[in-house]
Design a protein around this ligand. Structure first.
Ligand SMILES: [Zn+2]
Length: 512
């Protein structure tokens, strides 16, 4: 053995020892992690899944293991857990798991396509719809929905007693609407104030508010206090001057909106505001509200500009929203849903059979159910409707792409249904919205974040929802495709887990 060879051998030995030492310390670390075996009483062990979850919008998928005890995640890691006790196991080899989806803008008190007189006339259809509706949200992976319209305790209870349903959050009995403004103006005068108990008193409306209402009960402070008391997680308000026959509606002042914002925050609530016009988005960006409940598609004086570039004024409004990190809810299916009313093929799409009860689907095809389409489009043919809506949607998508490209805070929300229309169906509408976001060129990882962690953070639900992490509620989807690669993954859901309960997708579809 030569000297130099000996030296080399010594170096190699040292390197080997070092390598061994470091792998030993890895081993010890792992053992330290494993040292406390999880003793489960009502457990579920999901092994070898591709885990797709984020806390900050960056994704690093990995193959790993997740353990649920009762309704919570108790373990998530690359390494196998050490578990004992009572538990089921799912081998998720080749499958993808993500947190359950959150739709932050729905209206569950409505029946798609029906007005009050239809609801009274067809109680059986209404009953079938209401028992399927929560399941239809689950069918498309929505394990949490946030109701952004007024809702009664009775309606919340009737939803919550359903055996299979998403988690429901809400904004209380009514939004903080301006007296006689949008949307309360649509309720006949004799019921209007009772139906919207959280209206805001404005002196300019004093003549048109019944005397029995005391202005001091209808200040932003009093209204937000009532909303908080009703168990709401957010305050909904509106900036909408109206459309068609109902235009020039009273609007909130900056003072009112500022007070609503401050009172919401003082009560731990989030302020989300309806607006889809440039005037509305610019007003609300200026105030710095928390969330815009719709996208900016009503470009007003710019409505006829080409669909491939943003007017400076719109860009400046969006830049302010980005700078203040205001939540932006695209709700592209509002436009697509209205447009689809002239599309005779819409109602015959096979996937609708999975989420809409058969008798209701048949009713939608009747002359009686086509009332809204006729009302809305009495003066235009299908071709004209597509041209008008195509232009509006192109503008909406251009805005969304700009926000996506420039670090805007995008929140997934559909506004299901946006009006008395049958084209925004529970669950299916969410899947449609996801695809429209993709069409607007939002990258897939941003789409997923918008429907999970972004919504959870924006609505202060992230201590229990929005990601896969120890301590969080076990709302999980198992998919056969990767949602970071293929938008169709959202239609390739195999199992839905809600609070640890495992549901096979077919089990929440409409029963044939
Ligand atoms: Zn809405």
């Amino acid at each position: 053995m030569t000297k130099s060879f000996k030296k080399q051998a010594t170096i190699i030995t040292i390197i080997l020892i070092l390598a061994l030492m470091s792998s030993c310390s890895d081993l010890r670390k792992n053992q330290a992690l494993k040292k406390e075996p999880l003793n489960l009483t009502q457990g579920l062990y999901i092994s070898n899944a591709t885990i797709i979850s984020t806390e900050d919008g960056h994704y690093n998928p990995y193959i790993g293991h997740l353990v649920i005890e009762k309704d919570k995640i108790v373990y998530i890691d690359k390494n196998e857990p050490s578990i004992s006790g009572t538990f089921d196991q799912i081998d998720a080899t080749g499958k993808f798991i993500i947190p359950g989806l959150i739709d932050s803008h729905v209206h569950i008190a409505d029946v798609q396509g029906m007005l009050d007189h239809h609801i009274k006339k067809y109680p059986e259809l209404v009953k079938e719809f209401n028992s399927q509706m929560p399941r239809s949200y689950l069918y498309y992976g929505f394990t949490t929905i946030i109701n952004l319209g007024g809702i009664s305790d009775e309606r919340i209870n009737s939803f919550n007693i359903q055996p299979l349903k998403p988690d429901l959050y809400h904004i209380g009995y009514s939004g903080a609407t301006i007296a006689n403004g949008y949307p309360m103006i649509y309720t006949p005068e004799e019921f209007r104030f009772e139906m919207e108990p959280n209206f805001i008193y404005m002196d300019s409306q004093a003549q048109n508010i019944p005397d029995k209402y005391n202005p001091s009960d209808h200040t932003p402070k009093a209204v937000v206090k009532r909303i908080k008391k009703s168990g709401a997680i957010a305050v909904k308000s509106y900036y909408e001057s109206g459309f068609g026959r109902m235009s020039n509606l009273p609007l909130p002042t900056k003072n009112i909106m500022n007070e609503l914002l401050n009172e919401s925050h003082a009560n731990g609530l989030v302020l989300t505001v309806h607006a889809n016009s440039l005037a509305g988005h610019s007003f609300l960006a200026d105030v710095g509200v928390d969330i815009l409940a719709h996208g900016l598609w009503n470009w007003e004086k710019y409505k006829d500009v080409p669909t491939d570039s943003l007017p400076l004024e719109i860009k400046e409004t969006l830049d302010l929203q980005i700078q203040k990190q205001i939540g932006y809810t695209p709700t592209l299916t509002v436009i697509a849903g209205e447009e689809a009313l002239v599309d005779t093929k819409f109602i015959n799409q096979p996937p609708l059979k999975k989420v809409v009860p058969k008798n209701l689907l048949e009713w939608y095809k009747t002359e009686e159910a086509q009332w809204f389409a006729k009302d809305l489009f009495s003066e235009s043919n299908a071709e004209e409707v597509h041209k008008i809506y195509g232009n509006v949607q192109a503008h909406a998508m251009l805005v969304l792409k700009y926000l996506s490209d420039n670090n805007g805070r995008i929140l997934f929300g559909t506004d299901t249904p946006s009006g008395p229309i049958y084209t925004n169906q529970p669950g299916y509408n969410g899947y449609w919205e996801l695809k429209l976001m993709k069409k607007a060129e939002v990258p897939l990882h941003k789409i997923l974040a918008s429907a999970t962690i972004n919504n959870a953070k924006a609505f202060h639900l992230d201590s229990s929802l929005g990601s896969l992490a120890i301590g969080k509620k076990a709302n999980i989807l198992m998919m056969t495709k990767n949602p970071l690669i293929d938008i169709e993954a959202y239609d390739a859901i195999e199992k839905i887990m809600i609070g640890g309960q495992i549901i096979k997708r077919e089990d929440v579809a409409v029963k044939e």
